[in-house]
Design a protein around this ligand. Structure first.
Ligand SMILES: C[S@@+](CC[C@H](N)C(=O)[O-])C[C@H]1O[C@@H](n2cnc3c(N)ncnc32)[C@H](O)[C@@H]1O
Length: 362
C-alpha cells in the first residue's frame, strides 16, 4: 500500500527543473561577482537563521505577533540587536513585520518552530553550532588529503565525540530527526512495501523510518536493528507512532551480524556513513542473513550523473570530513551490490532528494 500525501514524483521533478532554469536565468541577469557574493554571504544568512533557532524566536511568536520589546524579553535578547537580526531575516523572507511594527510568523519562519510538523529548527541549530562550523573549517585539509578530518580534530571518531558532548549530541539527534521527518513520507509514498511480511531496518536508529513503513503497511511486521545503546531509545518512538506491537527490537553491531528472517531489508542513510570496505562488510552481513530473492532497499542521496544543485553533493563532503565516507552514484551502488552478492534492480526516485536503491540477493 502506498500513501498519496505527496505530489507525483514527475511533478516534483518538473518543478525542480523549472526552479533550476529560473536560478540559472537569475544568475545570468546579474553581474557574476554579485551572484558569487550572494552565495558567499549565504554563510551569514545561515548563521542568522541559526541564532533565531537558538533563541527560539519562532516559538515565541507561535501565539501571535509581538512588538520588539516583548519578543526580546521572551527570548532573552537585546531589543535593538534583535530588531536588526529580524530586519536581516525578513529581508531574506524569514518572518514578517506587520504595519503596526509587530513581528509575526510566515511560512519560512514557521519551519523554525520546534513543534512544526516539518521543523528544521534542529538542523539550523546544528549547522551553525560552533563545533560544526569548526568541522567545516577543516574542509580545506580534507580536500588536500582526501582524509577524514573530524577524528583528527577531535582525537576520536565522530560518534564518540557526540557521546562525550551530550549537548551537541542532542542538537545532532534533533537535526537527524528533522531530516528523517522530511524523508519518511516521500519514501513510503514512493514504494509499495505491502508484499513484505517482515521488514528488517538495519541501523534503524530509534525506528522512525520503520514506523512510517509499518504505518503505511498494516499487514507487515518489523525488526529494528541498531547498536544496543541506540535501540534503548526506540520503544517510546514506536509507541508514539502506534506500531510498537509489530516491532521486534534487536541490539547488535552490523559489523558482526544482522538478524535473519526478513523478506526485505531496509537501511536508511547507513551505507553513506562508511568507506567502501566497511560498507561492503555491512552489505555482506545482510547477504549472509538472507536467502536468494530477498529484497534490499537502501534509502540514500544518490548522486546524479550530471552535476546539478543537490543536497547530496554537500552531505558527501560532510561524510568525507566525518569518516572518509561518501555519497555514491547509481553505478557505485551497483558495484557495491555486486561485490556483496546482490543485484541492483532500480533506483526509485521520491519527491524528496532521497531515493531507494532497490535490489535483491542473488
Ligand atoms: C545516519 S544514522 C541513520 C539512522 C536511521 N536509519 C535514520 O535514517 O534515521 C546511522 C545509524 O547507524 C547506526 N550504527 C552505527 N554503527 C552501527 C553498528 N556498528 N551496528 C549497528 N548500527 C550502527 C547508528 O547508531 C545510527 O542509528
Amino acid at each position: 500500500m502506498t500513501t498519496s500525501k505527496v505530489p507525483p514524483v514527475r511533478v516534483a521533478r518538473a518543478v525542480e527543473r523549472f526552479r533550476h532554469v529560473l536560478d540559472r536565468l537569475h544568475q545570468r541577469s546579474a553581474p557574476p561577482a554579485a551572484v558569487m557574493m550572494d552565495k558567499i554571504l549565504g554563510a551569514w544568512v545561515a548563521q542568522g537563521i541559526t541564532v533565531a533557532a537558538d533563541l527560539k524566536v519562532a516559538d515565541a511568536l507561535a501565539d501571535g505577533p509581538l512588538p520588539i520589546g516583548e519578543l526580546a524579553r521572551r527570548v532573552g535578547a537585546d531589543p535593538d540587536a534583535l530588531s536588526r537580526l529580524m530586519r536581516a531575516l525578513i529581508g531574506e523572507g524569514v518572518f514578517t513585520q506587520r504595519g503596526d511594527g509587530r513581528y509575526a510568523l510566515n511560512a519560512l519562519g514557521t519551519t523554525l518552530r520546534t513543534d512544526a510538523p516539518m521543523s528544521v529548527a534542529g538542523l539550523a541549530r546544528m549547522v551553525g553550532h560552533p563545533a560544526h562550523r569548526e568541522h567545516w573549517s577543516e574542509l580545506l585539509d580534507a580536500i588536500r588529503t582526501g582524509e577524514a578530518t573530524m577524528p583528527k580534530l577531535r582525537g576520536m571518531p565522530g560518534f564518540e565525540y557526540l557521546a562525550e558532548n551530550p549537548e551537541l549530541g542532542e542538537i545532532f539527534n534533533d537535526a537527524m530527526t528533522n531530516l528523517s521527518e522530511a524523508a519518511v513520507v516521500p519514501l513510503t509514498a514512493a514504494y509499495d512495501f505491502s508484499p513484505y511480511g517482515t521488514i528488517v531496518d538495519v541501523g534503524g536508529g530509534h525506528g522512525r523510518f520503520l514506523a512510517a513503513i509499518l504505518a503505511a503497511t498494516p499487514s507487515a511486521r518489523g525488526v529494528l536493528y541498531d547498536l544496543p545503546q541506540v535501540v534503548e531509545g526506540a520503544p517510546e518512538l514506536l509507541r508514539r507512532h502506534g506500531v510498537a506491537d509489530r516491532v521486534e527490537i534487536v541490539g547488535g553491531s552490523f559489523f558482526d551480524d544482522v538478524p535473519s528472517g526478513g523478506n526485505a531489508y531496509v537501511a536508511k542513510n547507513v551505507i553513506h556513513d562508511w568507506p567502501d570496505d566497511q560498507a561492503l562488510t555491512i552489505l555482506r552481513n545482510i547477504r549472509a542473513a538472507v536467502n536468494p530473492g530477498v529484497h534490499l532497499l537502501l534509502a540514500e542521496f544518490v548522486i546524479p550523473e550530471n552535476p546539478r544543485q543537490f543536497i547530496g553533493n554537500w552531505t558527501d563532503l560532510e561524510m568525507l570530513m566525518a569518516t572518509a565516507a561518501r555519497e555514491r552514484t547509481e553505478a557505485e551502488y551497483r558495484k557495491l551490490f555486486e561485490q556483496a552478492g546482490f543485484r541492483l534492480s532500480r533506483v526509485v526516485p521520491t519527491v524528496a532528494p532521497i531515493s531507494l536503491v532497490a535490489g535483491e540477493a542473488v
